[in-house]
Design a protein around this ligand. Sequence first.
Ligand SMILES: [Zn+2]
Ligand SMILES: [Zn+2]
Length: 241
Amino acid sequence: MLEYSPMFAGYFRDFVDVIFPPRCFICEKKTNTEIICVECKEKIKPLTPPLCRLCSREMREKDTYICNNCLKKKVSYDRVISCFIYDEPLKNLIHLAKYKYYDYIMKFLSLMMIKHISKLNFSFADYNLIVSVPSHPLRLREREYNQSIILAENASKFLKIPFKNGIIYCKKYRPSQSSLKKETRLKNVKNNFSVKEDLTGKNIIIVDDVATTGSTLSECAKALKERGANKVLGLTLAKTQ
Ligand SMILES: [Zn+2]
Ligand SMILES: [Zn+2]
């Protein structure tokens, strides 16, 4: 009979590694610790302050709070914090993470997001509810799920602020924002969100995976405020440039 000894455990691990060597999801190089190697992880660029308060664009001057682009826009949220630049290899990882069987990629990315926000000089103490941007059920094809929920759940655990799923819902089925040109995105989501409960006096963090024009966040914030929300902060893993 084989005895389970630490030595055997070591052999067993080597044996498993030979058959299923842990490989970087991006470059397939061997990696022991995480789902991507150190080099690929370094290619994921954080958005570092000073940042525009309404879109997280990197700013040159410390004392300017809102970028020229946002000065021209009217948005319903009060602030946006995006963590990383939406570029390769992050783009690819977010795309893969849409599939349920790759949900661990989104778990990994949510840890990166948490690590990033913990280093920002920003207090989340005023906020008392976390929600996520909804996906219309018809948009989720087979084997897909709303990956923003994983980001919201992990942000909730880290910030110790409750997360409530399903607070915002889509009224109608509309094409996915990523399939549309920038100019038509606002029209596509305009007035398409509704909120299920009274949120009087709540300060809310709304979580999404990628922010592009901010239209979805703004329309969700509008719906939250229509039900009494006081302050709305958008928190996204990535931001397109
Ligand atoms: Zn790699
Ligand atoms: Zn801006």
